[in-house]
Design a protein around this ligand. Structure first.
Ligand code: GUN
Length: 282
């Protein structure tokens, strides 16, 4: 029997918990989102994040920047947010316009307000296994969902497909720290199907519509689909759910799996940064 990992349900529980905590606060956590350019998908993601923040009772602000904004101006915007004591969390929506140096921009964020955990300070702490202030949202959401369903990580062979800084690298670090044996595959991997067939858990974050087919799957494997691919009139994952799901013990749907968990973790990170900052001031 296949169990669907209901990310939407768990995300809603987390959001309700945050709402109940926030109502008791006199001063509300505040999230700032920088949205540069006019990537349609980014605009939708940012609107979803803002709506969720509003629902919880957080304050939030979106700073839209023109596609041709200079890097210096963008850095100046981040500097202003770093200095603003009413802002607890800063998110720079990716991708950035091509002429902007992503590394420079992300590194400009104050690590104490780095809600994505993408600065070298926070990412480095994660990689070194130190106690981290924030864990990147999507990997954190994946681990939380596995834990909710009591899925054992220790000792498992996990294949992570995709090596991005946003998902592939950090999820591999987190799984390894929980005693999984992790393989990271990517576009240049030769024997992907064979690796997949030997894996207890597959985490796909490559962004290729229905790339993972039934012949990639070991019987009773656990499949986590991080892909969000836009089709003509809906969203679909990297996994061909219809043919893959019957072989799995657990699988995430798209939509309703990792997507909502990522937003819930962003909200949790915002709350945690706020708490950390408030306690530092005491
Ligand atoms: N673009 C796609 N995913 C993400 C994410 O997790 N954080 C940011 N900042 N941008 C993204």
């Amino acid at each position: 029997m296949t169990i669907i990992l209901d990310g939407k349900k768990l995300a809603n529980e987390i959001i309700e918990d945050l709402k109940n905590l926030t109502v008791k606060l006199e001063k509300k956590p505040k999230l700032a989102v920088i949205l540069a350019g006019n990537d349609v998908a980014s605009e939708i993601y940012v609107r979803n994040k803002q709506n969720k923040a509003k629902y919880i009772g957080f304050d939030s602000v979106v700073i839209p920047l023109d596609n041709d904004i200079s890097e210096e101006n963008m850095l100046e915007q981040i500097h202003i947010l770093n200095e603003d004591e009413n802002i607890n969390a800063i998110l720079v929506q990716l991708p950035l316009p091509e002429h902007i140096n992503k590394q420079r921009v992300l590194e400009a964020i104050d690590p104490l307000k780095d809600v994505d955990g993408f600065t070298s300070y926070n990412f480095g702490r994660l990689a070194l296994g130190y106690k981290s202030l924030v864990v990147p949202c999507t990997p954190k959401g994946i681990i939380r969902l596995l834990q909710k369903y009591n899925i054992q990580i220790e000792g498992k062979n996990v294949l992570v497909i995709g090596r991005s800084n946003i998902v592939g690298k950090p999820i591999a670090i987190l799984l390894q720290s929980q005693n999984a044996t992790v393989t990271i595959a990517h576009s240049k991997t030769n024997n992907l199907k064979e690796l997949a067939r030997n894996s207890d858990i597959i985490i796909s974050a490559i962004g290729k519509y229905h790339f993972i087919k039934k012949d990639f799957i070991k019987k009773n494997a656990i499949v986590i689909d991080v892909g969000i691919n836009r089709t003509k009139n809906s969203l679909a994952g990297d996994v061909d759910f219809e043919e893959v799901a019957p072989l799995c013990s657990y699988i995430t749907p798209v939509p309703g799996g990792i997507g909502p968990m990522t937003i819930a973790m962003l909200m949790e990170n915002t709350y945690e940064l706020y708490k950390y900052q408030v306690n530092q001031l005491k």
